[in-house]
Design a protein around this ligand. Structure first.
Ligand code: ATP
Ligand code: MG
Length: 568
């Protein structure tokens, strides 16, 4: 095992990193500046974050949230939260509640501006009637296969539907009867009458409404026709007075349709769609469909499993809103797709917790050490700094006694070259306490495994320095046996073995390792769910919600070693 001088590295793993704190300008801000100068929206900036409540939010959504709420805040504007709930078969109230919780937790506030596309169903219907009256929409009887066949391809134009030239009166009658439930699911659609030979397939008479008998989590069984996203979205934006409708790149080809809807209806506002590149992260799948599969197939323990890239998973894992917001600032906003290294996200949480998290000692895989020349029954309280980065966080006192635990890794009976921790005849420093030297070991007779290490200590070395100035290379953390608190600690690794997981990527069988006999310093007895600590030399940990009065559970948020800092 590689030896690191933890005394130097331990407390500030990110020491020599420059941190970019200023907010970079981006192309969206430039568009807004132009609009402000031309007076297009009278200087107003109004954005929205429009999740579909068909799953929990993930870190990609955090980018969109930070962008939309951030742009509004920086421009004295407003940002709405709008549920884009036009697909009832996949949506659920559980998702609505989780999304609200996550946006709030990230630190954003929509005040009273909480909207649902389903609130506009009646208006959307009336606007469709207007399109029909203007000869710009028609009821079509082609089924979904026929619709596909008629649509053409990228290289071939589409074919006009035989129903395209129905009269306005006939269309009005049929559309009303679609709403009234006279026709079976999928038997008819309402389509925009645009251009079947458009090079942009989205403009080839796109479907605006479909017949679908599905219970909606808000409107119940009131509707059996539902509007399509491309139709509902621009109108919802306009009804809310949105100025800049920011969405991800895959909607770029839909922008002409967005604009067609805005231009062909008498709407209260004319929002502008702007696309940016979605966040992709190494080691991670981000689509809600795939995340839902992981949950449904029992590969994780729910949407908030600490291995999930969901906001609720990251929260449970111990991430802070500050770290996630900082991450979103750093990755910036671009027009071209790219993949961000997961290590940058880890770097951001380390950087935040380095300043905030109190240091404590916790032994994850305990090995008993008996200090034979230390008086039996004696307990000394030794001073331990809570955070060397933040002296104002003060010191605490930790009990030291004759029997302590150290990490199994910190002892080696037959040490390889370069191993500087405890070994027969070797001396090390116990953090905050004394120098100890290994005198002998006790082994399990059956297995040969070392079960006790016997040491002597130097009473003159209290605090970790000797009178004669002799030096040791190894420093171990420790916990007093009689004072130790038991805990379960969960260590996490990436869910997939691949750097860029695809459809047939294999799950990592070791993505969760549970350690059941961890020993913590006694001050942690009252740790509250969600509280975060640095376990010296082990990383950052946070108390999991599975804890109760008699059983403490910790999640490892992230280890100390910073691979991103090394790469950059
Ligand atoms: P997914 O593909 O993960 O299911 P989605 O785009 O269907 O996501 P929505 O609920 O429709 O999810 O997304 C709400 C908003 O969040 C949209 O504006 C969408 O563009 C944005 N968004 C979703 N995923 C990302 C991402 N990875 N990076 C940036 N923004 C995203
Ligand atoms: Mg979507």
């Amino acid at each position: 095992m590689e030896e690191v001088n933890y005394d130097k590295k331990l407390d500030n793993p990110n020491e020599d990193l420059n941190t970019e704190t200023s907010v970079p300008s981006n192309f969206i801000q430039e568009i807004i500046n132009e609009d402000n100068e031309s007076g297009k929206y009278g200087g107003k900036v109004h954005t929205r974050f429009p999740p579909e409540p068909n799953g929990y939010l993930h870190i990609g959504h955090a980018k969109s949230i930070c962008l939309n709420f951030g742009i509004a805040a920086r421009n004295n504007g407003l940002c709405n939260l709008r549920f884009d709930d036009t697909n009832p078969s996949k949506e659920d109230i559980e998702y609505v509640e989780s999304i609200k919780e996550d946006v709030r937790w990230l630190g954003f506030d929509w005040d009273e501006r909480l909207f649902y596309a389903s609130d506009y169903y009646e208006q959307l219907y009336q606007y469709a009637v207007e399109l029909i009256k203007a000869g710009k929409a028609y009821v079509c009887d082609l089924d979904s296969q026929e619709l596909r066949d008629y649509r053409g391809t990228l290289t071939e134009p589409g074919k006009e539907s035989p129903y395209r030239n129905r009269t306005v009166a006939e269309n009005l009658d049929l559309f009303a009867r679609m709403r009234a439930g006279e026709f079976p699911d999928g038997s008819k659609t309402l389509r925009a009458r645009i251009d079947m030979s458009s090079p942009n397939i989205n403009l080839r008479d796109p479907v605006l409404y479909r017949i679908l008998r599905a219970h909606h989590h808000r409107t119940g069984d009131q509707w059996c026709i539902y509007p399509m996203y491309d139709y509902a979205h621009p109108i919802s934006d306009a009804l809310e007075g949105i100025t800049h409708s920011i969405c991800t790149l895959e909607f770029e080809d839909h922008r002409p349709l967005y604009n067609w809807v805005i231009e062909n209806l008498d709407l209260p506002a004319k929002p502008r769609q702007i696309e940016f590149a979605r966040l992709n992260l190494t080691r991670t799948v981000m689509s809600k469909r795939k995340l839902l599969e992981l949950v449904k197939n029992g590969h994780v323990r729910g949407w908030d499993d600490p291995r999930m890239p969901t906001i609720s998973g990251l929260r449970r894992r111990g991430y802070t809103p500050e770290a996630i917001r900082n991450f979103c600032e750093r990755i910036g906003v671009a027009k071209a797709n790219s993949t961000v290294d997961y290590a940058l996200l880890e770097h951001c949480i380390r950087e935040d917790l380095n300043n905030k998290a109190p240091r404590v000692m916790a032994v994850l895989r305990p090995l008993k050490v008996i200090i034979d020349n230390y008086p039996e029954g004696k307990v000394e309280m030794v001073d331990a700094e809570n955070n060397p980065e933040q002296p104002e966080m003060g010191i605490r006192q930790v009990p030291f006694s004759r029997e302590i635990y150290i990490e199994q890794d910190d002892f080696c009976e037959d040490p390889p070259k370069g191993y500087f921790r405890l070994a027969p005849g070797r001396e090390i420093r116990l953090k905050h306490a004394y120098y100890i030297k290994c005198e002998s070991v006790v082994k399990d007779e059956a297995t040969g495994e070392v079960i006790e290490v016997h040491c002597s200590y130097d009473p003159e070395s209290r605090g970790g320095w000797t009178k004669d100035g002799r030096k040791v290379k190894g420093t171990s953390h420790w916990v007093s046996v009689q004072h130790a608190i038991d805990a379960e600690v969960r260590l996490y690794d990436q869910l997939y073995l691949d750097e860029n997981p695809g459809e047939d990527s294999v799950l990592n069988p070791n993505s969760l390792i549970v350690l059941n006999s961890c020993k913590l310093e006694p001050g942690l007895a009252n740790a509250k769910v969600g509280e975060r600590f640095q376990f010296l030399r082990q990383g950052y940990f946070c108390v999991d919600k599975d804890s109760d009065g008699s059983h403490l559970v910790f999640n490892r948020t992230v280890g100390l070693r910073d691979s991103w800092a090394k790469k950059s």
